[in-house]
Ligand binder design. Structure first.
Ligand code: ZN
Length: 144
């Protein structure tokens, strides 16, 4: 199975696991094309919330984009994720394990913050209010 550069290089693979979790290695082959967390969930029999947690980590590093789409099958909105392979490759090659893991611990739960009133947001709550603070209406930014 051709699963891309991540799994060929041991250092790069370790960096990916430290940055995005063990599950990333399983999810990565599905990110070759734009895909929903629900689709990956059905394929690998892992809860969508656990897959979204990995996707959120990628998003925190600006390595993935998403689009909100209406899913005719479920009658619900879903997010289609598109991995930026070039940026991921650069990120993993330039990666500094110590710096990233400290930062990840500090910001994993509330990786976003209101630029006005400093209300913390999780990725999902920030998406739900379209990156506008529900308290003061200011823009919600990613924590650096
Ligand atoms: Zn606010």
């Amino acid at each position: 199975m051709a699963s891309g550069f991540v799994l060929k290089d041991v250092d790069v693979k370790n960096n990916a696991v430290v940055s995005f979790g063990e599950l990333f290695v399983t999810i990565y082959p599905y990110l070759k094309k734009p895909v929903s967390a629900e689709y990956i969930s059905r394929e690998i029999k892992v809860k969508p919330s656990r897959i979204r947690a990995v996707l959120n980590k990628l998003y925190n590093h600006s390595l993935i984009d998403y689009k909100r789409c209406f899913d005719d099958d479920t009658g619900k909105y879903t997010y289609i994720w598109t991995l930026n392979h070039k940026k991921l490759e650069t990120f993993l090659k330039d990666y500094n394990a110590d710096a990233v893991s400290e930062n990840a611990v500090a910001s994993s739960e509330f990786p976003f913050i209101c630029s006005g009133c400093k209300e913390p947001y999780s990725f999902e709550s920030a998406v739900d209010c379209a990156f506008k603070c529900h308290k003061c209406g200011s823009t919600i930014d990613a924590l650096e």
